[in-house]
Write a protein that binds this ligand. Structure first.
Ligand SMILES: Cc1cc2nc3c(=O)[nH]c(=O)nc-3n(C[C@H](O)[C@H](O)[C@H](O)COP(=O)(O)OP(=O)(O)OC[C@H]3O[C@@H](n4cnc5c(N)ncnc54)[C@H](O)[C@@H]3O)c2cc1C
Length: 504
């Protein structure tokens, strides 16, 4: 564990404030404390964790926000190690993968798909998701010359150019809509999927690049198997390390353990504290520039460093007086509402047992839900024997208004759609919903330039940093990385150095 209890109370230590107690803010607070600062964390809600929230209800593990994290990025894995949580990470259960709702039935996501790019031509030809015309159009990617220039482009324009409309509507849009808040026609390719732009530049074709990557991954896997089989070659990949993982008691385990660790090292945690404005204060100790935080209810608080770890929409309001230019740039980063409905049923309620980890619903199918996760298939320990736990998603870029309804309506819509689509029968054993107004950040065309402009403005304010999902990565690992980096920047700024960068 980092930081020393009691150290923060020592007089003369600079004080830093963190606004927002989601995972980005919690990580920032931990790092600021570890770097020797006194830290106060202000969170509007009555609980910490932001969108990361899990609850055990009648034997079911209910997740209101994220349910997993990717392990190829270090953010969560390293934080889990730091918090002593490694042994509580759990892998995804093996299964037949995931599905896409298509013309009234569930079709498997073609094997070897690199998110939306086919990396297995036999699977591409066999899938029923695309017509023959759509498949031939996708294969034209092999001969269409790459675009010249390095300008940003929308995801829609990119996929239409390379793979055609059917791949856009039947694969790309549904598979991506649950992750990003911007609709395909406005989503920034360079911010959301820089790898695809790179694949086109380097290989001239997405399919060729995906095939090459797959061959390379197969070769590496072969070498690993050989190394493990060789005498003394033990180690090898951890069999429990899957691409996605979670924690035994859900993603909330991470947030609650982080909050406990912060309390232990003396961070002043203040849930139920809404910040209304961050303003310039008279220079504090050592003539450093300081900030005054105005809280709802009239209280003010001074700090030499501030990490604002709220969604960008809130940043725009908080910093409007301090730096109108910075606030305006943050205000240009929008977000899309999304809601999650947890529903539990007895197995008998399903005409056919739910297969795989769930399915996504393309916008062109015009349903009122955008996807379903079979939580109890995906991870162990999510539901009692003989029952199934589902997470149904509403809202997102295809139909944001669906997410902003009262809880009873969210539940009713989710149930009606499951009954119509899967033939589900009877009353659920449990229903719990959460709607997130600023659910998924929208990285629209030009996003990276906007973030770079924000970073340039922050260069003039070394004690101030922004963190969280709005800038350089939406997933929990990205948010943790951005919180850590923001903390280091503020600490370096207070010590007299530091360069601005929003990461994650
Ligand atoms: C439904 C859903 C499913 C997701 N699934 C996954 C997944 O499976 N895997 C994954 O990696 N990612 C997933 N994500 C994304 C990920 O969960 C989020 O991007 C991440 O949790 C955001 O963390 P954050 O700290 O940046 O922001 P938040 O969690 O939004 O925290 C910001 C905090 O700031 C507080 N705040 C706002 N204004 C103020 C103010 N004025 N004063 C004080 N406090 C304020 C808010 O109350 C909030 O607690 C999902 C997101 C959603 C919505």
């Amino acid at each position: 564990m980092s930081g020393q209890p009691g150290e923060g109370e020592r007089a003369g230590r600079p004080r830093a404030a963190v606004v927002g107690g989601g995972v980005a803010g919690l990580a920032a607070a931990l790092e600021l404390r570890a770097l020797g600062l006194q830290v106060v964390l202000l969170e509007r809600a009555g609980r910490l964790g932001g969108k990361v929230r899990s609850e055990r209800v009648e034997g079911f593990l209910v997740e209101y926000g994220p349910d997993s994290f990717v392990t190829y990025k270090p953010g969560v894995v390293e934080m889990a190690r730091r918090l002593g949580l490694e042994g509580r990470m759990i892998p995804t259960e093996p299964g037949p993968g995931s599905f896409i709702w298509s013309r009234g039935r569930l079709e498997p996501v073609p094997a070897g798909l690199d998110l939306m790019v086919p990396a297995d031509l036999r699977e591409l030809l066999a899938t029923r998701l695309l017509s023959w015309r759509g498949k031939l159009r996708a294969l034209a990617d092999l001969v269409i010359p790459p675009r010249s220039g390095d300008d940003d482009e929308s995801l829609e324009s990119f996929v239409l150019r390379r793979l055609g409309r059917e791949v856009l509507e039947r694969l790309a849009e549904p598979l991506i809509a649950g992750i990003h808040g911007a609709p395909p026609e406005r989503m920034s390719l360079r911010a959301a999927f820089p790898r695809y732009a790179e694949m086109e530049r380097e290989q001239g074709s997405l399919i060729r690049a995906a095939l090459a990557r797959r061959r390379q991954a197969d070769r590496q896997a072969g070498r690993r198997v050989q190394a493990t089989a060789a005498p003394g070659g033990g180690g090898g990949p951890d069999p429990r390390r899957t691409f996605f993982m979670s924690f035994d008691e859900g993603m909330g385990t991470l947030a609650t353990t982080l909050a406990e660790a912060l309390a232990e090292v003396g961070v002043d945690l203040r849930p139920g504290s809404e910040v209304e404005a961050v303003e310039e204060a008279a220079p504090l100790a050592g003539a450093r520039r300081g900030y005054r935080l105005r809280l709802a209810g009239g209280e003010t608080l001074e700090a030499e460093g501030v990490v604002v770890a709220t969604p960008a929409g809130a940043v725009a309001r908080l910093l409007a007086g301090l730096d109108p230019g910075l606030a305006e740039l943050a205000g240009q980063i929008g977000s899309t509402p999304v809601a999650v409905v947890n529903l539990a049923y007895r197995e008998e309620a399903f005409p056919e047992p739910p297969r795989g980890s769930g399915f996504v619903v393309p916008a062109v199918e015009r349903r009122r839900i955008s996807g379903v996760t079979y939580a109890s298939n995906k991870f162990r320990g999510r539901a009692p024997a003989g029952t199934v736990l589902l997470r149904v998603f509403l809202g997102g870029s295809a139909d944001p208004s669906q997410a902003l309804r009262p809880e009873a309506e969210l539940v009713a819509t989710a149930r009606a759609e499951l009954e119509a689509m899967l033939g589900l029968r009877g009353q659920p054993l449990l229903a719990r919903a959460a709607a997130w107004r600023e659910g998924l950040p929208a990285y629209t065309v030009g996003h990276l330039e906007r973030v770079a402009a924000i970073e340039r403005r922050l260069e003039e304010r070394p004690g101030l940093a922004l963190a969280g999902a709005s800038y350089r990565g939406i997933g929990v690992p990205d948010c943790i990385a951005s919180g850590l980096e923001a903390a280091r920047r503020v600490a370096a700024g207070l010590a007299g150095g530091g360069r601005a960068r929003l990461s994650g």
